[in-house]
Design a protein. Structure first.
Length: 147
């Protein structure tokens, strides 16, 4: 085997390894995006169950939230803990610990409308780490439920 043949085979091997690394990177980004979508579904189910537990005041959950709201009612405390968990920020309620890792990040925002009859919960967050090939940077998830 000549030196040229060895150099060509090393070049081909290098290109193949770069391709494998690129595929692994895309798989990791897609996995993160999938994880965030799954966590968004679990988060919407959590607030729906909180509304069901507080059925008499389910209309109090309606609104648009870009940060954890503050208040003394059960609905406001539920929303405060929920948004704090979504964004990974400290809530003002000393009885609940700050989550170690945000579910969706500090860009998460939520809209709850139509409760208690036909609740529509819309979650929006920045998914730019997934890349444009995985659906772009803005993700939206809409969940509908009856309380």
């Amino acid at each position: 085997m000549s030196l040229i043949e060895v150099m060509v085979s090393v070049l081909v091997l290098g290109i193949g390894l770069l391709g494998i690394a690129a595929m692994q990177s895309m798989a990791l980004r897609g996995g993160q995006s999938s994880l965030e979508s799954s966590q968004a579904v679990m988060a919407t189910n959590a607030i729906i169950e909180a509304m069901r537990a507080n059925r008499a005041n389910a209309a109090s959950y309606n609104g648009t939230y870009t940060a954890p709201p503050s208040g003394t009612t059960l609905a406001m405390r539920d929303l405060e803990e929920w948004m704090a968990a979504l964004q990974g920020v400290a809530d003002t309620n000393p009885a609940t610990p700050t989550p170690a890792q945000p579910v969706l990040g500090t860009t998460a925002r939520a809209t709850i409308a139509g409760c208690p009859n036909a609740c529509v919960i819309t979650l929006q967050w920045d998914d730019s780490r997934a890349g444009a090939d995985q659906g772009g940077s803005a993700r939206t998830m809409v969940t509908e439920a009856r309380i």
